[in-house]
Design a protein around this ligand. Structure first.
Ligand SMILES: [Zn+2]
Length: 421
């Protein structure tokens, strides 16, 4: 029996939740900043716990610090369906990245309750801990922790305040010592769905309200230490300098050229973070810490360009007579979205009267990690002017509401189909 049409999200209710959650921001910082492991983030998640409970979900925090709202199904033995995303932001971030997916998941739970739909599977709505890159040099802490992708060494990493990641997870209500024993295994979830803003310009440019994600980009991140020699900026002749920042500038341009060579959409490379020492106007820079990253949906191309980049860095260092240390901090393989899930989302999008558009995701998501334990599906809603990770980040709440409806309908249909298999 089809129960299609059961999901009727209430955009005013979503707006109210969104306005309330947006208030949990860090004072004195740009945008709508809510960094992981801060008091503001904790307060936001406490509020979120209340909203989950109001939606009829039983709320708990798992070992990895994820807030999980659960609704039982008719057949408790079935693996759960999961809807998830995150509520932390980058520094100076916006009000939609991740947030739309978590609030959307709670709205789906409310719609199910209102329509008195009892799913066959249990449903879990998850706010994953710390999805954005953290001061520990690691992102997606909660989703990695859940599926066993947090290395043992990660727990001992320290942030600039000297706090370990294990301590930070515990502060958020997690139990880092219990994470290894609580790892969810492949097949332990029936489906993972995530609604997210596109964070790029494609949907808006094409006048579309929904996009079906075909795959999630791989990301390779490198941390470089460039060691030159600090010298007097007046008395040291240009020819005798070992300027770490000038070498870093060459690295920035080499990375840009490496990815500019391909056609549009074939990958990107960025240096987004530099620390210069001693960082004084009258001293030749003696040391630079540089973070570089590259993204591609093609695994082979990503690996190949990573190799070329490292070789180019060594060539630059030799030419400029500076020392260099390259740490391959992280390498995430691209993640395809299974064709049957894309087809399911496509059918729903069509039934909602919307044109079908599939597109890759150039941002990493919690879905990247959940793919280890379940088939994943992702829906995008448009980002105004393609802006994201900035205060101007904007998505019409009508589009978010439509996305929630599509996500919920896909969930209901999958539940019925999967349970009869
Ligand atoms: Zn996000």
């Amino acid at each position: 029996m089809s129960r299609s049409g059961a999901i009727r999200p209430n955009s005013e209710r979503l707006r109210t939740d969104w306005e309330r959650l947006s208030r949990f921001r860090m004072e004195g910082l740009p945008g709508w900043t809510r960094r992981p492991f801060t008091p503001e983030y904790r307060a936001a998640r406490e509020w979120l716990t209340g909203r989950m409970a109001d939606a009829g979900l039983a709320v708990a925090i798992d070992a990895a610090g994820n807030v999980i709202g659960r609704r039982e199904g008719k057949r408790p033995a079935l693996a759960p369906l999961i809807i998830g995303s995150h509520t932390d932001t980058v520094m100076g971030g916006g009000r939609f990245d991740g947030i739309a997916g978590v609030l959307g998941g709670i709205e789906v739970a409310r719609c199910l309750a209102e329509a008195q739909v009892e799913l066959e599977h249990p449903l879990e709505v998850i706010d994953f801990l710390a999805e954005e890159p953290t001061d520990f040099g690691i992102s997606a802490v909660g989703s990695r922790g859940m599926v066993g992708s947090l290395d043992a060494e990660a727990f001992d990493r320290r942030d600039p305040e000297g706090r370990t990641l294990a301590e930070a997870i515990a502060l958020m209500g997690g139990r880092p010592d219990k994470i290894p024993g609580a790892i969810r295994r492949p097949g332990s979830a029936a489906l993972y769905l995530e609604l997210h803003i596109e964070q790029g310009p494609v949907l808006e440019r094409e006048g579309l309200r929904l996009g079906i994600v075909s795959g999630i980009t791989g990301i390779a991140r490198y941390r470089l230490e460039i060691e030159g020699r600090p010298d007097h900026a007046g008395t040291t002749p240009m020819s005798l300098r070992r300027d770490a920042l000038a070498a870093a500038a060459d690295v920035v341009l080499a990375l840009e050229a490496l990815w500019a060579a391909g056609p549009d959409g074939s990958g990107v490379g960025t240096v987004g973070r530099l620390a210069v020492r001693p960082n004084a106007a009258n001293v030749v820079p003696g040391f630079v810490e540089l973070w570089a990253e590259m993204r591609n949906v093609d695994a082979e191309r990503l690996a190949q360009k990573g190799q070329i980049f490292q070789e180019q860095v060594k060539t630059i260092a030799a030419r400029r007579d500076v020392g260099v240390r390259i740490d391959a901090v992280s390498h995430e393989e691209p993640v395809p979205v299974p064709e049957p899930v894309q087809a399911l989302l496509e059918a729903i999008v069509r039934e909602l009267g919307q044109p079908v558009r599939r597109l890759p995701s150039y941002a990493g998501h919690d879905a990247t990690h959940l793919a280890k334990i379940a088939p994943i599906g992702m829906l995008f809603v448009p980002s105004q002017s393609g802006r994201s990770h900035c205060p101007e980040e904007w998505t019409n709440l009508e589009d978010v509401t439509l996305g929630v409806q599509a996500l919920g309908e896909a969930l209901v249909r999958f539940d019925a189909q999967d349970a009869t298999r």
